[in-house]
Design a protein around this ligand. Structure first.
Ligand SMILES: [Zn+2]
Length: 169
């Protein structure tokens, strides 16, 4: 099997995109190609509905395919799943590129605009002209609007961008 990125990195990305359970299912599929959803549920001690939900999510990301066979004994169709590490790179890469772009837009916005905020996490931040319109009172809670210091936010965004860009090299 050829990996363009290390399997461990691929799994980290799958976790970012699909959560912890997607990571577990993906790891299992890497080791055991063509297992059925029932077998996955049993091997991971996971609820079958949850397994199907995760497989559906991986299917949306074009990371898995399935073959259908017929189980005569139990008179039912069996879906056997396979993970595709070649697709993994292009599919996941596109998503990472989009996330990085979005983060850069957030960064640009906060670097170029002074934003005003009352400090409550449930209230939104306003740009200067909206703050003037509201006489520097929060339109939601009525609190005083103060200039928002974006340094901490920008540091967190930078860190996230750096983490994600490691996957794009
Ligand atoms: Zn407020």
């Amino acid at each position: 099997m050829v990996f363009y990125i290390e399997p461990e990195d691929a799994l980290k990305l799958i976790e970012v995109l699909g959560g912890e359970e997607a990571r577990r299912v993906a790891a299992l599929l890497m080791e055991n190609p063509e297992v059925s959803d029932m077998e996955i549920a049993e091997m991971l001690q996971m609820d079958i509905k949850q397994v199907r939900k995760v497989l559906h999510r991986l299917l949306e990301l074009s990371l898995v395919t399935y073959v259908v066979s017929y189980d005569k004994e139990n008179a039912r169709r069996v879906f056997r799943w396979r993970i595709h590490t070649d697709q993994l790179v292009s599919s996941v890469r596109g998503q990472v590129v989009r996330i990085v772009e979005r983060l850069k837009m957030i960064k640009d916005f906060y670097s170029q605009n002074q934003v005003y905020w009352c400090g409550k996490s449930t209230c939104r931040k306003l740009d200067f002209s909206s703050a003037v319109d509201h006489f520097f009172k929060c339109p939601t809670c009525g609190g005083q609007l103060e200039p928002f210091d974006p340094r901490e936010l920008l540091e967190a965004v930078d860190e996230k961008i750096e983490q994600l860009q490691r996957f794009l090299r």
